[in-house]
Design a protein around this ligand. Sequence first.
Ligand code: NAD
Length: 299
Amino acid sequence: MAAQTLDGKATAEAVRRDLAAEVSTLREQYEVQPCLAAVLVGDDPASQVYVRNKRQGCEAVGIRSVLHRLPAATELPRLLDLIDRLNEDRSVHGILVQLPLPRGLDEAAVIERIDPIKDVDGFHPVNLGLLAAGRPRLVACTPLGIRVLLRRAGIETRGRRIVILGRSITVGRPLALLLSQKGPDGDATVTLAHTATVDPAALCREADVVIAAAGQPELVRCDWIRPGAVVVDVGIHRRGDGSLCGDVHAPSVSQVAGWLSPVPGGVGPMTVAMLLHNTLQAARLQIGLLQGNESRPGS
Ligand code: NAD
């Protein structure tokens, strides 16, 4: 039997409807309109599309967005100076610097310059540290989106064996922290696999949930998956013929898995929805409505 679809597009739409209502309540009660400042350095076409989608997402739920474009040859001090100004601007609640930055710009220095309370990507060491300490505040959008996708499909993580392929600081590692955290939507037994892992296929075959974020086209084959397991495909790759695929070989895995997230239409839309959620959370944090770890979108 074919796997059920983990429909990120429909779930993200439902999350956005909820967010639109919450943004409107914030505006009515506190006269605050959340605002995201996006910073785009250079003219990479994919980055331009990502930033445009994020800004359109903001506007659709009533979040204001402003775009700061800088030329590819921008030097670090000028970029840091812009971030300093956005940090100080009380009308800006979230700062997003689109990655990757042009070669030569130190991404870590840029991320660390963002005020952690405006770090809507959740990449700042303070926010990663809070997550590791079990007090998540602004959590990276892709891991958060995966957790909400599982929750809204009614998929329990408590007590389940989850294998995550990929240990990046933007996806795999924060996701492992999130899913192994004590409490609702956590409580999983997580294995974080990476390039030095011996026999990731054997690990996956033991798993109730496999989350593929290795950046390797169609790496996960049907013989990696236990019948009925949940498979989340984070990868996104463009083939030579222009079509898209993920880190999972969807035609064969969908015949074995119980659930599978499609590419496109799975994790991608959830990532954008969580950026909007984080911008709203950041606004709430900045006006003193939240202390920290109340971030539980779409519950
Ligand atoms: P990355 O290249 O930074 O990290 C990849 C990780 O996978 C590394 O930790 C590496 O050790 C591990 N890895 C590589 N080969 C492996 C293998 N054979 N087995 C186990 N682990 C292996 O990539 P990333 O930024 O984490 O992104 C991963 C994928 O997810 C990419 O395809 C990216 O385009 C996609 N992505 C999608 C979204 C979305 O919103 N849909 C968001 C972020 C990333």
